[in-house]
Design a protein around this ligand. Structure first.
Ligand SMILES: Cc1cc2nc3c(=O)[nH]c(=O)nc-3n(C[C@H](O)[C@H](O)[C@H](O)COP(=O)(O)OP(=O)(O)OC[C@H]3O[C@@H](n4cnc5c(N)ncnc54)[C@H](O)[C@@H]3O)c2cc1C
Length: 342
């Protein structure tokens, strides 16, 4: 495995891992390792910008058999890297892969939204700015209620959840018409972040007051790729289908892809057929997830009267038919990649 970065680590942010990816960890024998580095989430709480409850999706109550995890990215990478090495994978750090890195055999491009392999399969494309920027920060916090909270305001929202070892992850998203910086992330100004969320109530100002250092990302993406493979090279994860992070499924989809790709290669002796099967098994689902994340961006950022009506509707449904909201996501969380046969 070739990795451009000099070390296999990512600091400073959390990940939500939903049951559809947890099933892959379990099938790999890594369920206990994932559990050991994660908190088990009990659901999701949606609030308005004043901090008032809009909806509480009690996942643990209504889907008790499922595991939703809150994990530090660096710890998740540790779990995967250790398992890969134990399985005999040679991890070469500080090494750039190119589309010709493998002359014979199979090249898998899991190289993210700026993939070098994707344009070889699809022609040149420039990722577009989604009009959203995200600040990401970690703070210390002893509140152990393991539930992500989403605070929804006009044109912006903030997601926060605790991680193991007294940490709290914060992602704060604001719509912005342009992104002038050449790079995709830049050092942010904590004062600017606090100002952008100054009107938010509940615990938000207390959390933001603790932030000394923050980075801000322009959120870029491509459409879901048309061509994922050419018989000897194949892409997965963000390289194939970058998504807005508002459904917490980007890394989860990459994990689903990886399992299905391996299953296709295992079960179909002809490599070109296996890769073609992999794309046909994955493309529609990934497209649906990307669209659902786009819809969340719109729903979280509503303004004016539409916002009041939507929040009132959500409050009513949560009260009268609490499982209805959770069932809307059955297609997403019930999916078991490990049952997929090539
Ligand atoms: C604010 C935010 C919050 C998010 N929250 C969640 C969440 O809660 N749950 C979730 O599932 N997803 C979440 N995501 C999405 C998730 O981070 C991505 O979808 C996921 O990291 C994609 O994984 P990947 O392996 O495809 O690409 P990446 O994570 O981008 O990894 C690509 C790797 O390839 C390496 N690389 C690149 N080019 C080369 C090259 N030429 N040669 C060698 N190596 C190369 C890079 O160094 C990198 O290590 C979030 C994203 C953001 C921005």
């Amino acid at each position: 495995m070739l990795e451009r970065a000099p070390a296999l680590t990512e600091v400073g942010a959390g990940l939500q891992i939903s049951p559809n990816a947890v099933r892959v960890f379990e099938a790999l024998g890594l369920g206990a390792a994932l559990d050991a580095v994660s908190l088990r989430s009990t659901g999701v709480v949606l609030r308005d910008s004043a901090g008032r409850l809009v909806s509480h999706l009690h996942m643990a109550r209504h889907r008790p058999e499922d595991r939703f995890y809150l994990t530090h990215r660096a710890r998740l990478i540790d779990v995967l890297a250790e398992a890969a090495r134990a399985a005999g994978v040679q991890v070469l750090l500080g090494q750039d892969a190119t589309p010709e890195s493998v002359a014979d055999g199979l090249l898998i491009g899991a190289d993210g939204v700026k993939s070098v392999l994707r344009p070889v399969l699809n022609g040149p494309e420039t990722p577009f700015f989604t009009g959203q920027t995200a600040w990401r920060a970690l703070i210390s916090d002893d509140d152990s209620a393991a539930v992500p909270q989403v605070f929804m305001g006009p044109g912006r929202h903030l997601v926060s959840y605790p991680l193991k070892n007294g940490l709290r992850n914060i992602v704060a998203v604001v719509e912005r018409p342009d992104w002038l910086d050449e790079g995709w992330s830049q050092p942010g100004d904590p004062a600017e972040l606090r100002a952008a969320f100054a009107r938010f109530g509940g615990p938000v100002s207390g959390w933001l007051s603790q932030i000394d250092e923050v980075s801000v990302w322009g959120l870029f993406r491509h459409p879901v790729a048309q061509h994922w493979q050419d018989g000897r090279r194949v892409i997965l994860g963000d390289a194939a289908h970058p998504t807005l992070p508002f459904l917490a499924q980007g890394a989860v989809m990459a994990i689903e892809d990886a399992w299905v790709l391996a299953a296709c290669l295992d079960e179909t002796p002809d490599q070109a057929q296996a890769l073609s099967r992999y794309q046909s098994l994955r493309q529609e689902r990934c497209q649906r997830i990307v669209e659902a994340a786009n819809a969340n961006a719109r729903n979280y950022h509503l303004r004016g009267p539409t916002r009041a009506v939507a929040h009132a509707g959500l409050r009513a449904v949560s009260k009268l038919a609490p499982t209805r909201l959770i069932e809307r996501f059955s297609w997403l969380y019930d999916f078991d990649p490990t049952l997929m046969r090539a």
